[in-house]
Design a protein around this ligand. Structure first.
Ligand code: PLP
Length: 415
């Protein structure tokens, strides 16, 4: 793809874009450049109809019969199998359920059983906080466990891996910087040290090609409301490699993970396979939203998505370098394609206010404390000309110091 240097070049790229038609699959409000699909994906047009069908037909008419007739009971597995192909997992290795946080709790306790005699869980200080909190919560219930944290300033993964480490829990694409780990190399490094590898794919699923089984990963979790467009709070997923499934139990031993949930026996007996990672009754209206979006994703080639994503993020970084250099923005996302996911983060001391000023202009990104502006690039509905317009808006906000207005400094609960 040649480097565009004008808005007309960007428009030409949009006309040649093999994914251009996908934009029509989304409801996108006019006057908005949406650069926050890495936080909450926009609404697919098919979603409302599917949710309405579940409400009016499956619930309204089918009533309790829909647990069997509409496949409600199996939804965590059927949607899990659909999602599996997007992350390099096989059938029966993924279930859709609960939240990423809850699934990580289950996985940490389950994985610990596979490494008796080892009592350290490694993660990174900059990992998404819920991962660190859930590791803390899970290991707090396991006797004698410690948490060891790596950090960009050291210690490194190589420094902390030893015969005490049971598992390493890392987020594949960093939520703040957009830095992407080499999934295969890190998995190999961890397993060579005798530990298990647990990946958080929150910023990877639907954003970059992922091959969990190709890498030999042990466990993974992730959410579906970002790049997968499942809707606010849509259910998360959990992957357990087939080789581990019947060797572990997870601590949230609810009836949907029971071998015979409708036998109503007093003692828990884990279901075979990935079903043992389920807990309670699935929120089926949320599953309907995810189902509609996964149907939309079914015909999409992730290699094409990745190619366009890299072109969009490169363009954004180039234009920021050309048009905004004098305002001291630091691009914290790696320039090397293999090292970044599908977002670009810029450091600016007044990042919060700059993002608010951009949002008022219809360019929606978000902010992560202390000073990072995050912009997500989602090839299914974002065009090159929009990237051009976003950088033009950013330059205006900085040049005219629009961000100084008092209203842009009022902190909302969600940033
Ligand atoms: C890496 C990562 N893990 C987990 C979560 C959130 O988990 P949950 O869906 O349980 O709130 C996020 C949310 O942005 C995230 O970025």
């Amino acid at each position: 793809m040649t480097r565009p240097t004008t808005r007309l070049d960007c428009e030409a790229l949009d006309r040649a874009d093999p994914l251009a038609a996908m934009r029509d699959a989304f409801h996108l409000p006019g006057g908005v450049v949406y650069l926050d699909g890495n936080s909450l994906g926009p609404l697919p047009k098919a979603t409302a109809a599917r949710v309405r069908e579940v409400v009016e037909e499956e619930w309204g008419v089918g009533l309790i019969r829909s647990w069997n007739d509409a496949g409600w009971f199996d939804k965590p597995r059927t949607l899990g199998d659909r999602l599996a192909s997007m992350i390099g997992a096989g059938p029966g290795e993924v279930v859709v359920c609960d939240s990423t946080s809850v699934n990580l709790f289950k996985v940490v306790v389950a994985a610990a059983q596979l490494r008796p005699g080892r009592s350290v869980v490694v993660s990174d200080r900059d990992n998404f906080p819920t991962d660190l909190y859930m590791i803390e919560g899970a290991t707090g219930l396991l006797e004698g466990y410690d948490r060891r944290l790596t950090s960009p300033d050291g210690p490194s993964l190589a420094d902390v891996l030893d015969e005490d480490v049971a598992m390493v829990v890392l987020t594949h694409v960093d939520y703040r910087t957009g830095h992407m780990h080499d999934l295969t190399a890190v998995t190999e490094q961890v397993q060579r040290a005798g530990a298990l590898m647990v990946w958080d794919l929150a910023h990877s699923a639907g954003a970059v090609p992922v091959d969990l089984n190709g890498a030999g990963a042990d466990f993974a979790v992730g959410c579906t409301y970002k790049y997968l467009n499942g809707g606010p709070g849509s259910p998360a997923f959990v992957f357990a490699a087939t080789r581990h499934q019947d060797q572990v139990s997870q601590p949230l031993s609810g009836w949907h993970g029971h071998a015979r949930p409708f036998a109503f026996v007093p003692a828990y007996e884990a279901a075979e396979g990935i079903s043992r990672f389920l807990c309670g009754t699935p929120p089926l209206l949320s599953y309907a939203g995810l189902e509609a979006s996964l149907e939309m994703w079914a015909g999409v080639d992730l290699a094409t998505v990745r190619e366009k994503s890299l072109a969009l993020t490169s363009l954004f970084m180039d234009l920021v370098g050309q048009q905004c250099a004098e305002w001291g923005l630091e691009v914290v996302t790696p320039r090397e394609p293999d090292l970044r996911g599908s977002q670009v983060s810029l450091r600016h001391q007044e990042g919060y206010a700059v993002v608010q000023a951009l949002i008022e202009r219809g360019v929606i990104g978000d902010f992560r404390a202390p000073d990072l502006m995050r912009f997500g690039f989602t090839p299914l509905y974002l065009g090159f000309a929009e990237v051009w317009d976003a950088v033009t808006a950013l330059r205006d906000v900085l040049e005219h110091e629009e961000w100084r207005a008092e209203r842009f400094h009022r902190r909302a609960s969600v940033t």
